[in-house]
Design a protein around this ligand. Structure first.
Ligand SMILES: C[S@@+](CC[C@H](N)C(=O)[O-])C[C@H]1O[C@@H](n2cnc3c(N)ncnc32)[C@H](O)[C@@H]1O
Length: 292
């Protein structure tokens, strides 16, 4: 990664929109291996029940996404912003569906190919390079879609919802799990903390859940299920793990720029979530007939 070039994009709110493709692919190309080492192969936050480990809790979250898809074995599912395919492998095994993941990061496609081969899952999971703002698939080609903490990284969310709606068949479901602003005023009240969050995670913008509902409706998708992560379990272990990572990476002697930035992102995430400004939701929306 050309760190100075990348830093110039993330520090500038306009550039985070205009140059999102370079920003996002650079971010995930550079940080995917650190996520694997320090967080997990699933690049997501989850809710925790009982004494479950991060990996066990992520499995619960991903299976819940799989259950909400309403698919049967052999159906075709799209994973929008699929990371290295860990949720796709889990959801395919859980539902029996064929999952196609799309990511904007070439490094993630490479890692996913190895993981899929190691799992012997090439007949049921594939991961391709592509931009969700312009999905590389024909109209009406999927029986369901999901996006786990990915759409937050995309600059034009109405366009992404329209794209997903276009590739879904009528009367099928999009399941999404993501972070949303509690309210627009939080961008003022917690402006500094949110800006640190956006810069360290390469996020162009976030919306409120109400704005999301409007954007979905405009794309021909009607929300029919909506829960907070905290309805399902405890969120605090995420922030505790993040704090440990931040302490490890930001302290000590001369961490590399990448390590420091990764640590800073974990620190910013915990602060934004604990302030209440960032809320995590799991929702499902159905494609209304005749909309694409
Ligand atoms: C936080 S990661 C989550 C990955 C995965 N869903 C998981 O839970 O492991 C966000 C993902 O969104 C992808 N992404 C972000 N913007 C994208 C875009 N415009 N098109 C395709 N993928 C994108 C990233 O490449 C990354 O895989």
């Amino acid at each position: 990664m050309d760190f100075e070039r990348y830093a110039a994009i993330v520090r500038d709110p306009a550039a985070r929109h205009e140059r999102y493709a370079e920003m996002t692919s650079s971010y995930f190309d550079a940080f995917t291996d650190l996520y694997r080492e320090l967080w997990s192969d699933s690049l997501n936050l989850t809710w925790f029940t009982g004494q479950k480990s991060l990996a066990e809790a992520q499995k619960d979250h991903e299976r819940k996404v799989g259950d909400l898809l309403g698919v049967t074995p052999g159906m075709r599912v799209l994973d929008v912003g699929c990371g290295i395919g860990n949720p796709a492998l889990e959801i395919s095994a859980h539902t029996g569906a064929h999952v196609t993941g799309v990511t904007i990061s070439p490094r993630q496609v490479e890692v996913a190919a190895t993981k899929i081969a190691e799992a012997g899952a090439a007949d049921r999971v594939e991961v391709v390079l592509g931009d969700a703002m312009e999905l590389p698939f024909p109209d009406n080609s999927f029986d369901a879609a999901y996006a786990i903490q990915a759409i937050g990284h995309m600059p034009d969310k109405p366009r992404v919802y329209r794209e997903i709606s276009r590739v879904l068949r009528d009367d099928t479901v999009l399941v999404c799990s993501d972070g949303f602003l509690r309210s627009r005023t939080d961008l003022v009240d917690h402006g500094e903390a949110m800006e640190v969050l956006f810069q360290t995670f390469a996020v162009p913008s976030v919306t409120t859940i109400h704005e999301c509902q409007e954007e979905l409706r405009a794309a021909g998708l009607g929300m029919e299920y909506l829960t907070r992560y905290s309805d399902h379990g405890d969120m605090t272990p995420n922030w505790a793990i993040g704090e440990q990572i931040a302490a490890k990476l930001m302290g000590g002697d001369g961490p590399s720029e990448l390590s420091f930035l990764f640590g800073a992102s974990m620190d910013a995430l915990g602060k934004a979530a604990e302030s209440g400004a960032l809320e995590l939701y799991l929702w499902a929306a159905r494609k209304l007939p005749g909309r694409s």
